[in-house]
Ligand binder design. Structure first.
Ligand code: UDP
Ligand code: MG
Length: 312
């Protein structure tokens, strides 16, 4: 067992691995603590695996997992996290957008008592207008609609204590949104601010589709709001139908107006549609509950035990 683990998912990153390794090594040399660097090769199509094999031969600190195919960033990161043995585990990207030089600051905050230390980016200048505004809107939606307080402007560059990691490893949900799952544990957290540089070499491996998929996981895994849409639609539809029916009836009975029969039908349809929406919401509630069950998140997490004999 070592004190610190660094976990790095890598997809087509042959050009960055060497430099990342050098920089991580330097950081830990100055800290003088035991460490391991775990790479996860996420089905790369370039020479990422060969580069890792060579590196691991030359330095026992370097470990690697080779996934059978490209599973995506979050599953790859999950694999690495489950193989980490450190007391504190740091996850970062392979492209050096998450500078390893921040690790000592993160470790300091951890020593000061934070169980989760997020690296929070302070700049969005480099992204184009659309990505910047999109991400701002997304984070706003996320904090409004989800029951978990997921911090803004943090990605997957963070340090977690091993008990946080144990809790995350227990969550067996398939579509993973790790930053949400880490926040969900509710352990104490702190931030280290930094300016996020551009990717060192290669192209972003996050296509728009992958980004949207990740975003959806965040919204759907941490909120049951989408399921309640049917409820709201149903109420409105029924209300609308009854108001119009009332108005038409009054018009016919009191003012002797004449309506064609199908107009009544249209209004009655609104009421029925409302009931349909409500039924869909009911189904949604059950689906939501089933989802909660199959996701198998722990029911509770204990932070500390008093007088139970041996601690933890
Ligand atoms: N990555 C991965 N599998 C994928 C896509 C990305 O393991 O299918 C890794 C990638 O090698 C990098 C990290 O996830 O270490 C973040 O990806 P990237 O830098 O392309 O995302 P961006 O910074 O552009 O959002
Ligand atoms: Mg990147």
């Amino acid at each position: 067992m070592c004190k610190y683990s660094v976990v790095v998912p890598a997809y087509n990153e042959e050009a960055n691995i060497g430099l990342l390794y050098e920089r991580v090594k330097k950081v830990f040399a100055s800290l003088g603590e035991s460490w391991e660097l775990i790479f996860v090769n996420d089905g790369s199509r370039d020479r990422t695996l060969e580069t890792l094999q060579k590196l691991a031969q030359g330095d026992p600190h370097v470990k690697y997992l080779d996934l059978s195919r490209n599973f995506g960033h979050q599953p790859a990161l999950t694999a690495g996290l489950e193989h980490a043995s450190g007391l504190a585990v740091i996850s970062l990207d392979c492209d050096l957008q998450d500078p390893p030089e921040l690790i000592p600051d993160m470790i300091q905050k951890w020593r000061d008592g934070a169980d989760i230390v997020y690296a929070r980016r302070t700049n969005y200048r480099r992204d184009n207008f659309l990505k910047r505004q999109g991400s701002r809107l997304y984070y706003r939606m996320l904090s409004r609609f989800t029951e978990v307080d997921i911090p803004r402007n943090v990605g997957d560059f963070r340090l977690v204590d091993k008990r946080v990691l144990a809790a995350v490893n227990e969550m067996r949900e398939g579509s993973r949104y790790l930053r949400g799952m880490v926040a969900w544990t509710g352990f104490s957290h702190d931030f280290v601010d930094y300016e996020r540089p551009d990717r060192e070499a290669g192209e972003s491996q996050y296509s728009l589709m992958k980004l949207i998929k990740l975003g959806m996981s965040g919204l759907f895994n941490f909120s049951s709001l989408p399921l309640q849409v049917g409820f709201v639609l149903g109420i409105f539809s029924i209300l609308f139908g009854f108001i119009f029916l009332g108005y038409m009836s009054w018009d016919v009975l009191v003012r002797n107006s004449k309506y064609e029969f199908f107009k009544f039908l249209v209004v009655v349809m609104f009421i029925f549609m409302g009931f349909l929406f409500m039924l869909m919401w009911l189904l949604g509630e059950y689906v939501g509950r089933i989802y909660n069950e199959v996701r198998k998140r722990p029911i509770y997490l204990v932070k500390e035990k008093g007088n139970f004999g041996k601690r933890r």
